[in-house]
Design a protein around this ligand. Structure first.
Ligand SMILES: C[S@@+](CC[C@H](N)C(=O)[O-])C[C@H]1O[C@@H](n2cnc3c(N)ncnc32)[C@H](O)[C@@H]1O
Length: 296
């Protein structure tokens, strides 16, 4: 009996992973479990409420509707987290890689140096390396992460090598470093042809929507610009959960604003800065692109 659903689920996950076979982990696992439990709790509350004889009918109807809406809303949040991790993010990252290919990035005659900040289990790094391998492009990917379990389930620096083996990627093309994006090695100044980031920078600091956290994210952007080579590209995808007026913050739009500032100053550091989206994976999310100016 269980064999058909299992085959279906495996096919679904395989197709959803755009040909990748590794385990790239559940993002925000505690929020997923918490929202599932909350949804279950609200829907469960409906039973005593509807059975109760002492509550007037109209009040019962209003309360039931309220519980149902809250329960369904929280349930949808958990579904979007699961869907994003097991399907949606593979599509977004594959599409971003296709865009790079269309721009001729993989035709570079020089060996490419790429940095994936907050790389987690290596989804972006390995997608890029697989593409480079299949196009015969020379180059390496550096990954930097603090491996926080709260941000991705079972987050350790081993996962990326395990996934590299599963994907058939040469591990000598990977350099994995434990470190903070706000304080990257000084010798990385002007090093990378491309710096990518997926779903990581909103996690840079605890208390995502406080003023201090915003300042920390600006530090991260400035570091990313520092390590990018003149003429090198920056490519970032992150979430924007709701209107900043209500939620108090939208990390990816802050990156965009900071990158625009760097583009508009008297001696601009960046050019071709643009914001793309919304993309409805996880919550509304956006892609920000930019290129570091070649200062003569
Ligand atoms: C939601 S996960 C996304 C991982 C991966 N980029 C992906 O798309 O699957 C966020 C990652 O950012 C990392 N991270 C959070 N704060 C960081 C920081 N200050 N410096 C480096 N990495 C950080 C976490 O450890 C985690 O691996």
């Amino acid at each position: 009996m269980v064999i058909f659903p299992s085959i279906f689920l495996s096919l679904y996950i395989f197709a959803g992973q755009r040909g990748l076979q590794g385990n790239y982990g559940q993002d925000a696992p505690f929020i997923l479990v918490g929202s599932m439990a909350m949804a279950f709790f609200f829907l469960l509350l409906l039973i005593p409420l509807t059975l109760s004889l002492s509550i007037p009918k109209t009040l019962k109807a209003v309360l039931s509707l309220m519980w149902l809406i809250i329960g369904m809303w929280v349930f949808m949040l958990s579904v979007s987290l699961a869907f994003g991790s097991w399907d949606g993010k593979f599509d977004v990252i594959a599409d971003m890689t296709d865009d790079l290919e269309d721009e001729g990035f993989f035709l570079s005659p020089n060996s490419l140096s790429i940095l994936d900040v907050g790389c987690g289990s290596g989804l972006f790094s390995l997608t890029l390396l697989k593409r480079m391998q299949s196009r015969g492009t020379e180059g390496k990917v550096w990954c930097i992460d603090v491996w926080r379990e709260k941000d991705q389930f079972g987050n350790t620096d081993d996962n990326i090598f395990r996934n590299a083996e599963i994907e058939g990627v040469d591990p000598s093309k990977l350099h994995v470093l434990t470190g903070d994006v706000r304080d990257m090695p000084p010798e990385w100044t002007n090093k990378f042809d491309l710096v990518v980031q997926s779903l990581a920078l909103h996690n840079v600091e605890e208390g995502e929507f406080t003023k201090e956290a915003k300042e920390e994210r600006v530090k991260a952007i400035n570091e990313i610009v520092r390590v990018t080579k003149p003429e090198g590209r920056i490519l970032m995808w992150d979430i924007c959960p709701g209107d900043p007026k209500w939620t108090g913050g939208c990390a990816i739009k802050e990156f965009y604003e900071q990158m625009e500032k760097l583009q508009e100053q008297r001696q601009p550091l960046l050019e071709e800065v643009e914001l793309d989206g919304p993309i409805f994976v996880f919550s509304p999310s956006y892609i920000v692109r930019g290129r570091k100016k070649d200062v003569d």
